[in-house]
Design a protein around this ligand. Sequence first.
Ligand code: TMP
Length: 202
Amino acid sequence: MPFVSFEGVDGAGKSTHVNWLAEQLRAHGKTVTVTREPGGTPLGEALRSVLLNQTMSADTELLLMFAARAEHLAQVIRPALARGEWVLSDRFTDASYAYQCGGRGIAENRLRILETWVQQGLQPDITLLFDVDLEIARERRAAQGEPDRFEREQQAFFERVRAVYLQRAQAEPRRIRVIRTDRTLEAIRTELLHMFASWWQV
Ligand code: TMP
């Protein structure tokens, strides 16, 4: 069954869409696993708390993201796909390319080695990239209370993150669909329903 990941810079508003799409799928009789990264397992959630709060080197950050992902794949994603469920993940490996390579400057070939090792060829079937004006994203983050270690980054960091996301969407247009968020919620939902209409039958 399809494995769908949701991406975007902090403040893009993707998480609301994850839950909404899960409801739509369930209404069509699908069994859906909704999960997130970093996180999704007890160990992954513990690593998430470390990643979002503690100072660490960029290499450590990347390795912990992939440690959480290895556990997530083993405990949640692969078993759910094997049971024939839909899997909706709030972030996956595109976030590592965008944040750790784009944002932090780690060489992509390092990440590729981890990706090959941990994923063994498994990729999302579809990735929805919620693209937002960075100023709007900044205002949303500011309205959300205490920022975490990533949310405290400068705009230049988010510009690099966004640029990598968009480059990846250009390189893989069949998998990564850019969803413009400078529209009403209604318009975004209509686009998503249209996109997934052929999959309801799956
Ligand atoms: P969230 O706020 O969307 O739940 O994501 C938590 C943060 O983790 C977000 O700022 C992006 C960051 N992140 C990475 O830097 N690399 C990754 O591989 C993942 C999955 C998330």
